[in-house]
Design a protein around this ligand. Structure first.
Ligand code: R5P
Length: 299
């Protein structure tokens, strides 16, 4: 019997509950507090001897604390005698620093994944990591859950939609979704200046005139990428632009920036704390995570 341990945040505990329900498993809530100097304390108040354990904790802001809490919970589960411990991070922080863009930089995602392995996890799962090949930095088995088709089916999207990747890196996301809902897909070309950080969308000859467009991306951070893409699509005659992402960070001003570019709706998987905004629709992907984790780790 698998036990699901919920990390110490509302989002983590909501997602963990969904996973536990979908798997028909017991869920354990952890004790947590902060020491006067700011360090985190966590404790799993139940026996886990001989169990397969899934520890669910999303790496929301403050990310460093969330990463540390997840690693400590993995260690705590091993200390309680769990036989296998799978760390499930619905959102994996630091995944965009997946290479040394400039000399002297760390590969931050490698640091995070190696920490989780060194803490005693025997497997790792996440929802739509920025680049799937980053999972090679995790020395054990790792599962990347792609949420877009599940999300599109939950909302009932399909048909005449043009699915659009905001850059070439996102083409597999757009292509995979488009194929599964029998829609067309295309992409825009994005260039990011590594030093200034400025994002430039170069005009492409995409016939979006009169089309309903769904931009698919892994993450909304500042909202700059989506806002620029949407503006350019609407200026090319798109009838409507909506957005689907795996992770909505909820950085202040990001939704406003996207809405003022003309986007009507943002569909976000529930992987991070909810932003209370009528323009955002969250989709519960916990049952999808449960299925992929069960299959991937033969639970
Ligand atoms: C970039 O490669 C990512 O896939 C996202 O497009 C990007 O990180 C989103 O960031 P922002 O919302 O700040 O433009």
């Amino acid at each position: 019997m698998t036990v699901v341990v919920a990390g110490p945040s509302k989002a983590s505990s909501d997602i963990a509950r969904g996973i536990a329900e979908a798997m028909g498993s017991r869920m354990v809530t952890v004790e947590s507090k902060r020491f006067p100097d700011g360090e985190s304390y966590v404790r799993i108040p139940e026996d886990l001897g001989g169990e397969d354990v899934i520890v669910v904790h999303t790496m929301a802001s403050p990310q460093d604390r969330s990463v540390m809490e997840l690693a400590m919970l993995v260690d705590a589960a091993r200390g309680l005698g769990a036989s296998r411990v799978i760390a499930v991070a619905p959102y994996t922080a630091y995944s965009r620093q997946d290479t040394r863009f400039l000399p002297g930089e760390p590969v931050s995602i490698a640091v995070v994944l190696k920490l989780l392995y060194a803490s005693g996890s025997t497997g790792f799962a996440t929802v739509e990591i920025h680049k799937e090949h980053s999972l090679r930095y995790y020395p054990g088995k790792a599962v990347n859950v792609r949420p877009y088709t599940f999300m599109a089916r939950s909302i009932g999207l399909g048909g005449d939609l043009l699915v659009l990747a905001p850059d070439q890196g996102a083409i597999p996301r757009a292509e995979g979704l488009a194929r599964s809902i029998d829609a067309e897909y295309d992409y825009l070309v994005k260039h990011r200046d590594r030093v200034t950080g400025e994002v430039v969308i170069e005009p492409k000859n995409i016939d979006v005139d009169g089309r309903e467009v769904l931009i698919v991306d892994d993450i909304i951070s500042t909202g700059g990428t989506i806002a620029k893409a949407a503006k350019s699509l609407l200026s090319m005659g798109a009838k409507r632009v909506n957005v689907m992402v795996a992770h909505l960070l909820g950085i202040p001003g990001s939704i406003e920036r996207i809405a003022s570019s003309g986007v009507e709706r943002i569909y976000a998987a529930y992987t991070l704390p909810r932003v209370d905004d009528p323009r955002v629709s969250y989709i519960d992907v916990s049952s999808l995570i449960a299925g992929e984790v069960s299959r991937g780790f033969k639970l």
